[in-house]
Design a protein around this ligand. Structure first.
Ligand code: CAA
Length: 379
């Protein structure tokens, strides 16, 4: 076993850390307040190679491993989880699925631009009545000659209005259950494709979350990914990797809040000494640090398994389940350490606490992760 990061890993982590301080930290409170998408910042993240980190360089990606990706996700999430969810969806839900299962033409046309961040991608699985129960897709795609006709509604789509390319999961044969689900590449601007309302959210308020409507949208057959009926497997496999990204996001949110609480505890005085010298605060810091380290081990292990070509579905579910729980616990405690200051925007921890909650919900709720884990155990 070797717990040491390589020089390359450390360089990625340092580059991400530097970027967050110079580009993401300024304005993060205002973007959250105004629910404003970090457009310029995401563009710069693309220029620095953060939007297609694991994509093969022949498709303009960074050719990096999953460990590098989680290190960058962790750093970026410490400062701005709205930017990091956009990064996570583009890297692990859109680029990964296209690279693994797309045709050469699809990769040339879409992946090359997604990997540089020139354009953004979105992953469209959830529907008003199909969240956790992802097999209950109502969106349907009907084959008519050389194209499909797409109809339906998708909900809570990250990068909803900022994306240019959408991977849309839809029913092609309802009689076949999950084996009758397919996946298509849909471009923004196609006739009948409507970007619906923007969600007003508790956290990750800078992230651009929309509902989407498809009214008789014509999708060329060559825009289907894989064979007809492959869509559900595609979604599940893609989410196995996506969950590593969200676990890293949760880890970053927790670590960011912890670092703020630690620094504050050394500055703030009460009863004649810094509060870090009171055991009540010391024990909180000890619990936070221990939970974060345990979450980090699960996240890195899931990433490492993926890099080794091993099965990582179980590990990624465990990492997401635990890291998101830690994100919630640690951010609540970080607010508590800050006392009254923790409850106001200026000190960042209240935002991190609000941001943490979504990591227990998207890309599979904690309850869904427990289904995946228990099925793995009992198989
Ligand atoms: N990896 C690979 N394959 C999987 C899988 C996994 N994790 N989970 C299920 N499958 C496969 C099964 O092996 C099965 O395949 P076969 O028929 O070939 O054997 C098939 O999928 C159907 O599986 P189940 O019978 O287990 O299906 P189910 O309906 O009982 O439950 C579920 C499946 C695990 C609950 C699934 O519906 C699920 O993961 N739901 C959560 C959906 C989700 O994560 N949504 C997030 C939305 S995306 C998002 O949030 C993105 C964003 O913008 C941030």
């Amino acid at each position: 076993m070797n717990f040491q990061l390589t020089e390359e890993h450390l360089a990625v982590r340092d580059a991400a850390r530097e970027f967050t301080q110079s580009e993401l930290l300024p304005g993060v409170i205002e973007r959250d307040t105004e629910a404003r998408f970090p457009k310029e910042q995401i563009q710069k993240m693309g220029e620095l190679g953060f939007m297609g980190m694991m994509v093969d360089p022949k498709y303009n990606g960074g050719g990096m491993d999953t460990i590098s990706y989680v290190l960058a996700m962790e750093e970026i999430s410490k400062i701005d989880a709205s930017a990091s969810v956009s990064m996570s969806v583009n890297n692990s839900l859109v680029c990964w699925g296209l690279e693994k299962y797309g045709t050469e033409e699809q990769k040339e046309k879409y992946l090359k631009r997604l990997a540089t961040g020139e354009i953004l991608g979105a992953f469209c699985l959830s529907e008003p009545e199909a969240g956790s129960d992802a097999t209950s897709q109502r969106t349907e795609a009907r084959l008519e000659g050389d194209h499909y006709v797409l109809n339906g509604t998708k909900n809570w789509i990250t990068n909803g209005s900022s994306a240019s390319v959408y991977l849309v999961i839809a029913q092609t044969d309802a009689s076949k259950g999950h084996k009758g689900i397919s996946v298509f590449i849909v471009e923004k601007g196609w006739d009948g494709f409507i970007i619906g309302k923007k969600e007003d959210k508790l956290g990750i308020r800078g992230s651009d979350t929309h509902s989407l409507m498809f009214n008789d949208v014509k999708v060329p057959v060559e825009n289907r990914i894989g064979f007809e009926g492959f869509g559900f497997t595609f979604a599940m496999e893609t989410l196995n990797g996506g969950r590593i990204g969200i676990a890293a996001q949760a880890l970053g949110i927790a670590a960011g809040a912890y670092e703020l609480a630690l620094a504050y505890s050394k500055e703030r005085k009460a009863f004649g000494k810094p509060i870090s010298q009171h055991q009540a605060i010391q024990f909180k810091l000890a619990d936070m640090a221990t939970q974060i380290e345990a979450a980090r081990m699960l996240v890195y292990k899931a990433a490492w398994l993926k890099d080794q070509g091993e099965d990582y579905a179980h590990a990624s579910a465990m990492a997401k389940l635990y890291a998101s729980e830690v994100a919630m616990n640690v951010t609540v405690e970080a607010v508590q350490v800050h006392g009254g200051y923790g409850y106001v925007k200026e000190y960042h921890v209240e935002r991190l606490m609000r941001d943490a909650k979504i990591t227990q919900i998207y890309e599979g709720t904690s309850e869904i992760q427990k289904i995946v884990i228990s099925r793995g155990i009992l198989r």
